[in-house]
Design a binder for this molecule. Structure first.
Ligand code: SF4
Length: 298
């Protein structure tokens, strides 16, 4: 039996992947909006290699290593290159040939690796990493304790491109609060343009008990933009984002307005859709709050 430390998380697009929990928790665990790894049992640690291999053996025996593997938890790229290669080679040995291996990564994890290391990881199976950019605004990034600024994020993205690892990034509507809403959206569009990732997912901030920002909100220190302000942010981000050949989504469950577009060819179409919603301000065209599992939006 495979024992997971719970709760564990994976991107929605990894719902069919086998989740290999090689690390527990997140080595950063400091972002103010994040409540994912706050339990004592989730304190950051690396599983011993013997345990990781036992999990892979069990998964293999049960036919779970068929197509895709997501290496969890919060930022498995924190592991040394040698360790990751050993894990991926063992996965390769025990599977019938995997389509792809992916994981979450922090900007700092990427910057700490050389391009040669990243190329080695790609050659040994790492196809894509998911990074939470959240914002391009350095004031916001500092406030939310993201641990990476605009220029570091651009540098990490360039290293990924140079190594051939696909970059799937998340940005967070509402994370600038009401006071930095416009700056957040403008700088986020600029950051996405400079980084030119292959995938962009825009999510909307949800205030979760356990996350420091939730306490700030309760004390009146953080004001969450309302639903149409979040859509205005989406509009500004799309307007200011130029991507050479990418997919842009806002279809995450947290969003009021799901959009999907291939950039650059569908940018105009999606912008028109967003502008139409902002013109009519018809709530019926938005995803209902109960569906978004919202703690509080106002
Ligand atoms: S958002 Fe990501 S990097 Fe930040 S604390 Fe949560 S898991 Fe760690």
């Amino acid at each position: 039996m495979i024992e997971y430390v719970t709760p564990f998380f994976r991107p929605p697009s990894e719902h069919k992947s086998f989740i290999l929990q090689a690390t527990i928790g997140c080595s950063h665990n400091n972002c103010t909006y994040c409540a994912m790894y706050r339990k004592k049992t989730q304190k950051f640690r690396v599983r011993p290699m013997s345990e990781i291999k036992e999990i892979i053996d069990t998964a293999s025996r049960n036919g779970l290593l068929e197509r895709r593997v997501f290496i969890a938890d919060g930022n498995a790229l924190v592991l040394s290159t040698a360790k990751l290669i050993e894990i991926m080679n063992y996965l390769d040995e025990k599977s019938l040939g995997l389509e792809r291996i992916t994981m979450y990564a922090n900007v700092g994890d990427i910057l700490r690796k050389s391009i040669e290391d990243l190329i080695l990881l790609r050659e040994n199976g790492l196809g894509m990493v998911y990074i939470g950019f959240e914002s391009g605004d350095d004031v916001v990034l500092e406030r939310i304790k993201k641990g990476a600024n605009f220029s570091e994020t651009v540098e990490a993205s360039r290293k990924l491109k140079a190594s051939g690892i696909i970059n799937s990034v998340m940005v967070l509507l509402g994370i600038g609060g009401k006071d930095r809403s416009r700056e957040h959206a403008l700088a986020t569009g600029k950051l996405l343009t400079e980084c030119d990732p292959e995938y962009v997912g825009a999510l909307s901030l949800q205030l979760r008990p356990g996350a420091p920002i939730y306490e700030q909100w309760k004390e009146g220190l953080f004001e969450l933009p309302d639903k149409f302000q979040m859509i205005e942010e989406l509009e500004t981000i799309v307007e200011n984002t130029e991507l050479s050949d990418s997919y842009f989504y806002s279809n995450h469950i947290s969003n009021y307005l799901p959009v999907r577009a291939r950039f650059p060819q569908e940018k105009g179409r999606v912008l028109k859709e967003i502008k139409e919603v902002l013109k009519t301000r018809d709530e019926a065209s938005l995803r209902p709050d109960y569906y978004r599992d919202v703690v509080n939006q106002y």
